[in-house]
Design a protein around this ligand. Sequence first.
Ligand code: HEM
Length: 251
Amino acid sequence: MAAAALCFRGFALSVSCFLLAVPLLMAQDPSNLSLEHYAKTCPNVEHVVRTEMECAGCDGSVLLDDTATLIGEKQAEQNVNSLKGFELVDKIKEKLEAECPGTVSCADLLAIAARDATVLVGGPYWDVPVGRLDSKEASLDLANKDIPTPQQGLITLISKFWEKGLDATDMVALVGSHTIGFARCANFRERIYGDFEMTSKSNPASATYLSKLKEICPLDGGDDNISAMDSYTSSTFDNAYFETLIKGEGL
Ligand code: HEM
């Protein structure tokens, strides 16, 4: 399980491509997806992805590097220094190209790999309908505009998800993916020296948690110091993230 957790750690933010690639994903009709899409053209696709996952935006636009004619999304403010796991995605794509050249989209690869990563860290299995088309374009502006930032409040976050066809319940469920992974001090400093200070005063557990966060994240410096978003079980897919939030110990 430790190896699986490490694997997932490297892959962690590619999972959030679900969110990052939402702007372009919405252009595709989900009813075109099916469980049989690669049944004849690449029957081993799931096996190839899973094998790579074990060892080591849904149109995949987030994967595109900058070129002379295209500015990718990797440098979007919410992605830079945060998104990782691209090497693993490249490796899986290489294996798929060897097995079935020009057949499996990167967007499907990400969707399958996200499911496999979830299973590897103790989460549930679900069937992944496939047949997504890859984007040949990316939009730095849209990525900067649409991806939620850690400073945004509840109403803004609910509206951003709403604009993508997702309601508040969908949003809460999706954010549950913070059961895995870490946040950088630069992203939570404002909160721990801001409203968290006020709300933690009436809750001793919360106050203790806050002082730990402040040790990791001083007022000045340490921007890249990290803290788990699920402070109880940061490499297991479970409900602890939500439980810690309710207790006032959530990041
Ligand atoms: C309300 C919307 C969301 C906000 C404001 C948000 C914010 C953040 C922030 C600030 C971080 C820390 C990044 C860093 O410091 O490098 C983070 C990490 C992460 N987010 Fe979100 N997020 C949201 C929704 C989602 C969704 C929908 C997913 C996936 C379905 C997701 C998956 C992740 C993962 C896996 C990490 C861990 C990354 C790592 O360990 O390197 N997030 N998120």
